[in-house]
Design a protein around this ligand. Structure first.
Ligand code: PLP
Length: 280
C-alpha cells in the first residue's frame, strides 16, 4: 500500500460494512460520491440521513461547505477507471483544505491491466490526517464469503470510529482475522488472479470492439465499461438474447444510462463461450 507516517488499521466485515456505515459513524451531514459509482456509497449516505452529492473526478471542483466525507474509488466499479497521481493528490488537498474525511475505496487495486493504480496512503507524505483507505479480501483473494476487509489511515480517526463501532457489535471474528492475515502474506495468488482478469478482459474487449462497441476506461479491476450509444437496457437485452448477462449502467448513476458493465468474474471457459456467442 506504501503508507508512511503514523497510521492504524481496523478490520471490517467486508468493505461493504464500512462503505455503508462510515457516513453514520461520522455523523456526516453532507457526503460526496462519484457521479458513476457503486450504489452503496449513496445508500450509506441515505442511511445516515445525509445529503448525498454526486461529483466528477476532479476534486478541484468539489464543494467543501458543510461536507464531512468524500468517497473516491480507484480502480472504479463500474468503469475500471484508474485515478492518476495528480487526481489523488487533488483529493488529499481538498480534504486538508475542507477538513472533511477522504475515504478511498481501493478494493480493486491488486488488479492492474493497462494502468497500475496507487493507494491514497502512498501520496500523503506521511500526514494521514482525515485520510482512510479501504481494502477487501473479497476481491484481492477471492474470499467474498469470509467478509475479511480493513480500513487503514488516520490513527486518531480510526480510534474514534472503533470506539463507536464496537458498541454496534461489528467485530470481525478472530478466525476471519487470522485468514485475512494469512492471505495478505501471499502475493502469488493475487498476481495469478490479476493475470486471469487481464486475459479475460483482452478476449472480451476484442469481441466487443469487433462488434462496434466503444470500451471506455476499463484500465484495471474487474469490469469492462462499454457503450454503443444506445439506452443501457436495450444493450442489456441484446446481450440477453445471446445468453450473456451484463449490468445496465444506470444502476451506477444517470451518467451511466448509455453504458453497460461486463464483469470478468465468470470462468475462463464461460468468458471464451461468451466471446464466441457475441461473434456469431
Ligand atoms: C467498489 C466496491 N467497494 C466495496 C465493495 C464491497 O465488497 P466486500 O463487502 O465484499 O468487501 C464492492 C463489491 O462489489 C465494490 O465494488
Amino acid at each position: 500500500m506504501g503508507a508512511t507516517g503514523e497510521f492504524d488499521v481496523l478490520p471490517t466485515i467486508g468493505s461493504k460494512e464500512i462503505v455503508a456505515l462510515l457516513p453514520f459513524l461520522l455523523q456526516a451531514k453532507r457526503v460526496l460520491i462519484p457521479e458513476i459509482a457503486y450504489p452503496t456509497y449513496r445508500v450509506g449516505g441515505i442511511l445516515a440521513g445525509a445529503e448525498v452529492i454526486e461529483v466528477a473526478i476532479d476534486a478541484k471542483d468539489w464543494p467543501s461547505n458543510g461536507v464531512d466525507l468524500a468517497w473516491i474509488n480507484s480502480p472504479s466499479n463500474p468503469t475500471g477507471r484508474v485515478h492518476s497521481e495528480n487526481e489523488l493528490i487533488a483529493a488529499i488537498e481538498w480534504s486538508r483544505k475542507s477538513g472533511a474525511v477522504l475515504a478511498s475505496d481501493e478494493c480493486y487495486l491488486s488488479f492492474p491491466d493497462t494502468k497500475q493504480g496507487r493507494s491514497v496512503l502512498s501520496l500523503t507524505s506521511g500526514d494521514n490526517k482525515g485520510i482512510l483507505a479501504i481494502h477487501s479480501l473479497s476481491k484481492r483473494s477471492n474470499l467474498a464469503g469470509y467478509r475479511g476487509s480493513f480500513m487503514a489511515g488516520d490513527a486518531q480517526l480510526i480510534k474514534q470510529l472503533l470506539e463507536i463501532r464496537k458498541h454496534m457489535g461489528m467485530m470481525v471474528p478472530l478466525p476471519v482475522q487470522m485468514a485475512t492475515t494469512a492471505a495478505l502474506q501471499d502475493e502469488t495468488h493475487v498476481k495469478q488472479q490479476a493475470e486471469r482478469y487481464r486475459n479475460r478482459r483482452a478476449i472480451l474487449r476484442q469481441a466487443l470492439e469487433d462488434l462496434g462497441f466503444e470500451v471506455e476506461f476499463s484500465e484495471a479491476g474487474l469490469y469492462l465499461w462499454c457503450t454503443r450509444g444506445e439506452e443501457d437496457w436495450q444493450t442489456v437485452s441484446w446481450f440477453a438474447d445471446r445468453g450473456v448477462l451484463v449490468t445496465p449502467g444506470s444502476f451506477y448513476g444517470e451518467k451511466g444510462a448509455r453504458h453497460v458493465r461486463i464483469a470478468l468474474t465468470a470462468s475462463d471457459e464461460k468468458i471464451n463461450e461468451a466471446a464466441k456467442r457475441l461473434s456469431v
